[in-house]
Ligand binder design. Structure first.
Ligand code: BGC
Length: 814
């Protein structure tokens, strides 16, 4: 297809129209030129295809699909091939449903355990993130379905997500927040990248020329299309110039008209529009060509894949006295409502309408040959301790050989749209575990949650299995691991700190409403805990098996090499136990001599190796120059410093089994010259103080003070109406309208209620510019009128509002 020729046949209006969606899920078409519609759908851990007129946060049902384990668990498999298979399976479901692009995977870094969407992200480490994201994308695209790598970039908190300005220094940006995206883009070439809602260092991602045209396209060679997150566009024309091709969802013509006007007024070079249209057409035709109308996927096979993946990614955190695997003839007390009603995914745009949900209680009954009793122990819709339920559970535990307690985070805790407020389990879950541990000395805790929790009872129980949000086969996979049908091999892709106060972002997460300061710079996750020598609950990379492994014979391909050269790390891993198992061996690099601040060690390679009992294998991990480099703001490039390095091979970040010395030669590069405030701050600790951080980012910090007397703008949030006397009236009217559109019908604590509250929160958190286009009841002109009214220009505002209303009515009649 001669696309440039096709573009030359399009009118300016047609070209501009392609730059935004037709509705929530479809791109536009130009029938007269044979440009047909394609559909996109969420992502990331399964297909969430909604009917036309759907919503993007999951209130309306979507077609049944396989709910695969969420990203947090996928990453804990550290299994490149398996993740590829999951990506492929999701694409097969998309093919059946005629979906051209699936919106995922998410490659944002888990900056704090509290981020509400951590379950949708892979890791606190950019190397692991990049490797897993790459496989997810490759698998998906191998079937001719496009991926959408999201949310680019520095989208690490849900609070104020549409507006927040993430203030991050250049090294942290490159080394931590962009590195995973970089790997995935370079290795897998996703068809699309989705730009995030937030701002990065003062500029919205949706108009960040340096990030999009610069880093993503020119530097990394991204050849696909950039789409906005849903409602993320700020200034459409600026966005187009910065590299945003497609605005989603529909902006009902308002933003397309701005593009047309800008071209006509000579403010936007038409070639910029043509470039975007070319990418759009490439995507549309590619998507169209790959559709396979008669395709049917095998739901049973996908369920089995979901089960296998869940079993591979669950992490055995503790197993004192080899309590696990369970003996089938044991008398087992299954305790905790999650055993019967498992939590296996969370609310928001990723929520799948799962084909089925397998619970652990039924599966345990199938595996067990002894008696199995069950006590719920807590109510699902409340955090309050219920003494009667606890008593019942205690009685069950007393009578059993072993008690398996299911606990975790209920619906109200984890979701898109808001962050957790603390790192604790619900009170009734903690109380239940403690009560059971007091009467039985053989207690296994199974956790279903998307991110780390504090475990005040960890010393009182014998085994802990982190089951994460494991998808629809959750119960089967849990039983597989509990009974040893599957030998656990998952390892943590994130640190479990002892308590929230220990986390590096503590005090600066979440932050807002204006900005969030990434004061810990590169010291994210284990980079911080290891450098600060902090005790943690369970370290990054940790995970037990029912067998044991020995490491030996480390060999480096060179003891001395030039900066820029690659290195091969070879060693042996032996299964020293009596059953087959898999070990994830990790390779960390420690820079022993450095002129810049660096983390104690960084993950730069890993291998997952399957070994029969007694078997030994020699494995190799290749490290390229980047494995030794830091991002040098002085040269705007990656720099390898000459000097001594240590190569550490381990079973976790805190269980290093082998070390090797390496000397890198070369001329000392010119590194960054840090202002005195940076060095002074670092001398006090790894988390930068305000002066140090300001000096590190090199400009004034926006802070978080908002003057309520300032007029409201298109970038004020709907909630901000409450700051203005007349605004409060409008706010009440909006709430009343919401009661109709987004009614709260459930009672507090019910899943449905949580979901409805989440939707409301997201809606009220919208900036007016997004509120104006994502909500059919208003339009940008009406919203402009509302702002004028709220700002005290009542008559003028009324006129504008009524004009807008007429336009809206006119549109509806059409
Ligand atoms: C989310 C995206 C999602 C999109 C479409 C947004 O609110 O941030 O991850 O793909 O909605 O549902």
């Amino acid at each position: 297809m001669d696309l440039p020729r096709l573009i030359s046949q399009m009118t300016l209006e047609e070209k501009a129209s392609l730059c935004s969606g037709e509705d929530f899920w479809h791109l536009k078409c130009v029938e007269r030129l044979g440009i047909l519609e394609i559909m996109v759908a969420d992502g990331p851990h399964g297909l969430r295809k909604q009917a036309r007129g759907g919503d993007h946060l999951g209130m309306k049902k979507s077609v049944p699909a396989t709910c695969f384990p969420t990203a947090a668990l996928l990453a804990s498999t550290w299994d490149r091939e398996l993740v590829y298979n999951v990506g492929q399976a999701i694409a097969e479901e998309a093919l059946q449903e005629q979906v051209a692009v699936v919106l995922g995977p998410g490659a944002n870094i888990k900056r704090s355990p509290l981020c509400g969407r951590n379950f949708e992200y892979f890791s606190e480490d950019p190397y692991l993130t990049g490797e897993i994201a790459t496989q997810h994308i490759r698998g998906m695209q191998s079937q001719g379905v496009g991926a959408s790598l999201k949310h680019f970039a520095v989208n690490n908190q849900e609070a104020y997500r549409m507006m927040i300005d993430a203030i991050v220094d250049e090294r942290a940006l490159r080394e931590i927040y962009l590195a995973g995206f970089e790997t995935a883009v370079k290795q897998a070439q996703p068809w699309t990248v989705m730009c995030a809602y937030n701002q990065v260092n003062g500029t919205f991602c949706s108009e960040h020329a340096e990030l999009l045209n610069g880093i993503l396209r020119e530097e990394w060679g991204f050849a696909g299309l950039v789409v906005t997150d849903w409602g993320a566009i700020n200034d459409r024309v600026k966005g187009l110039a910065a590299g945003v091709d497609l605005e989603m969802p529909a902006s009902r013509g308002f933003n397309d008209a701005k593009i047309v006007a800008a071209v006509r007024a000579g403010k936007l070079d038409e070639r910029v529009l043509d470039r975007a249209v070319l990418r759009l057409l490439e995507l549309i035709f590619r998507g169209q060509q790959n559709l396979r109308p008669d395709y049917h996927y095998d739901a049973e096979q996908h369920h089995q894949l979901a089960r296998r993946t869940a079993g591979e990614g669950m992490v055995l955190l503790k197993n004192e006295g080899e309590l696990l695997p369970l003996a089938p003839e044991a008398k087992i007390a299954v305790i905790g409502a999650f055993a019967q009603a498992p939590k296996f995914q969370a609310f928001g745009s990723s929520m799948i309408n799962a084909h089925r949900a397998v619970n652990a209680l039924d599966e345990i009954r199938q595996h067990a040959r002894g008696s199995v009793t069950y006590a719920p122990g807590y109510a699902l819709n409340s955090d309050a301790v219920d003494p009667a339920l606890i008593e019942e559970a205690r009685a069950a535990a007393v009578a059993a050989d072993v008690a398996v307690v299911f606990a975790g985070l209920t619906d109200a805790y984890e979701s898109e749209g808001f962050d957790r407020e603390h790192m604790r389990l619900p009170d009734n879950h903690n109380a239940l575990i403690q009560a059971v541990a007091a009467v039985n000395e053989r207690v296994v805790v199974v956790l279903y949650n998307g991110a780390p929790v504090e475990m005040p009872w960890v010393g009182q129980v014998q085994a802990v299995l982190e089951g994460y949000l494991a998808g629809q086969a959750v119960g089967a996979a849990t039983a597989d691991v509990l009974f040893g049908t599957v030998n656990p091999s998952g390892k943590l892709a994130e640190t479990f700190p002892l308590e929230l106060e220990d986390t590096p972002a503590f005090g600066h997460f979440p932050e807002g409403p204006v900005s969030v300061e990434y004061r810990e710079s590169i010291f994210v996750g284990y980079r911080y805990y290891d450098s600060a020598r902090k005790t943690v609950l369970f370290p990054f990379g940790h995970g037990l098996s029912y067998t044991s492994f020995d490491y030996s014979d480390l060999e480096l391909s060179a003891a001395q090499m030039e900066a820029g050269e690659p290195l091969t790390v070879t060693f042996k891993v032996k299964n020293t136990g009596s059953r087959a198992g898999k070990e994830i061996a990790q390779v960390y690099v420690h820079a022993a001599q450095t002129g810049v601040f660096r983390a104690e060690q960084e993950l730069k390679g890993f291998v997952k190796v399957a070994l029969e009992a007694g078997e030994e294998k020699t494995v190799s991990v290749a490290l390229d120059a980047r494995a030794f480099a830091f991002y040098n703001p002085r040269s705007s490039d990656w720099t390898v410093e000459p000097g001594a390095y240590e190569i550490r091979v381990g079973a976790s970040s805190r269980d290093i089994r082998l070390t090797g010395e390496l000397e890198i030669d070369g001329a000392a590069p010119a590194g960054p010259e840090y202002p005195a405030a940076v060095t002074a701050s670092l001398a006090k600790g790894l988390i930068f103080d305000e002066a140090g951080f300001r000096a590190l980012v090199g400009r004034p910090l926006p802070g978080n003070t908002v003057d309520p007397r300032q007029p409201l703008t298109l970038n004020s949030r709907v909630e901000d109406l409450q700051h203005k006397p007349i605004g409060r009236i409008l706010y009440r009217l909006i709430l009343r309208q919401m009661d109709e559109i987004l009614p709260i019908t459930g009672t507090e604590g019910d899943p449905q209620h949580t979901q409805q509250m989440m939707m409301r929160k997201v809606a009220l958190d919208l900036p007016f510019r997004s509120f104006a286009i994502m909500n059919d009841a208003v339009n940008p002109v009406m919203v402009e009128g509302m702002l004028e009214i709220a700002n005290g220009h009542v008559l003028r505002g009324m006129r504008t509002f009524l004009n807008g209303r007429r336009m809206n009515l006119g549109m509806k009649q059409k």
